[in-house]
Ligand binder design. Structure first.
Ligand code: SF4
Ligand code: SF4
Length: 332
């Protein structure tokens, strides 16, 4: 079997174990007795997660076959924005299960604070699975906060608004510092509240979570409304001037998936021998990832599979595919 084949199988096995493990451990803990709480697969098979996996699969198929064009991209991004962002506000039974509860941010951070619960485990498993398959499929085409920022980026291009391209070092420093502050504040809050016989940990992300903005209901006080809607509004405004500001600068899921995407199966790859180094892709790309992809760096910045670099290469030397393995013995 080729290295590529072995690698693909390892991914499948790892994915299966990842998906099955929580369910298996839970099943062992439950045993006979009163009606069991919904397990991992009960949650996974709900329409919200099934549609997420389907959207990820459709996007991947379109990317790999080079058929992802602007129209299809807008369509998929609008579907994700509607389904996982807006639909739950309509009050219709059919969309009752689609709300982003828990939001990806809550799934990651509240699990750290209060322990892993099944909806959070399933949310994280779907995000990790779609990122492992790649290219960062959850963030690229499923996440409603990511989708609306991508749509705004496309609109900004149409309106010929000049966007800034901050360095990845800057955005990553911000993202990491916010995460460290979250851990520090949570930790000190736990210490404090345990001393008072209560556990009320403080989550910094509760005050900067753009996902809350999709929950369209007025909060009791002006300050509550500010914390509820402002991160989302700022995200929408800044998205006109820089590419996916919330993803690169704030989101802890962006941070986690950036680590995971380094071993993702599918990604933007360069056909080295045919690249003329004209750097057209670099000039057009909205992200800081292309420069590292061209250098075939081991670690790359977040790629949101926007297709700008692959679509603008004059010789089609960038494409979505499996990263080529370096030969074990090049002289053999
Ligand atoms: S980085 Fe966060 S906000 Fe951006 S697409 Fe991913 S989960 Fe959504
Ligand atoms: S321009 Fe290329 S590397 Fe950058 S986000 Fe889009 S597809 Fe990924």
């Amino acid at each position: 079997m080729s290295t590529k084949g072995i690698r693909s199988n390892l991914y499948l096995v790892a994915t299966f174990l990842l998906l099955a493990f929580p369910s298996l451990t839970r099943a062992q803990q439950q045993g006979p007795g009163p009606a069991a709480a919904p397990n991992f697969f009960d949650f996974l098979l709900r329409p919200k997660f099934i549609t997420m996996l389907v959207i990820g699969a459709v996007a991947l198929a379109l990317l790999l076959t080079n058929r992802m064009n602007s129209r299809l991209k807008v369509l998929i991004l609008l579907v994700s924005t509607f389904l996982y962002g807006l639909s739950a506000n309509l009050g219709l039974k059919i969309f009752a299960g689609f709300s982003m509860h828990p939001s990806p941010i809550c799934a990651a951070t509240k699990s750290i604070l209060y322990g892993f619960r099944m909806p959070m485990i399933v949310t994280l498993a779907v995000i990790i699975f779609l990122t492992l398959v790649g290219p960062k499929l959850f963030c690229s085409y499923v996440c409603p906060v990511g989708a609306i920022q991508e749509l705004i980026a496309m609109l900004a291009d149409k309106l010929q608004i000049r966007r800034r391209k901050p360095s990845f070092r800057l955005s990553q420093t911000f993202r990491v510092l916010i995460f460290i502050a979250f851990i520090f504040l949570s930790w000190t809050a736990i210490i404090h509240t345990v001393a008072n016989n209560r556990i009320v940990a403080l989550s910094l992300y509760d005050y900067i979570n753009a996902f809350h903005g999709y929950e369209i209901n007025l909060q009791p006080t002006l300050l509550d409304n500010l914390f509820h809607f402002l991160p989302f509004i700022l995200t929408l405004v800044f998205a006109f001037f820089t590419y996916r500001p919330f993803c690169y600068f704030v989101c802890p899921i962006g941070l986690i998936t950036n680590v995971i995407e380094q071993i993702g199966l599918f990604r933007v790859v360069k056909r080295k021998e045919a690249c003329t180094d004209c750097q057209t892709c670099l000039a057009k790309a909205p992200c800081p990832a292309v420069a590292e992809i061209l250098k075939e760096a081991v670690l790359v910045a977040d790629c949101f599979a926007c297709t700008v670099c692959t679509g603008n290469c004059p010789g089609s030397q960038l494409k979505f595919g499996v990263k080529r393995q370096k030969p074990d013995n090049p002289t053999a």
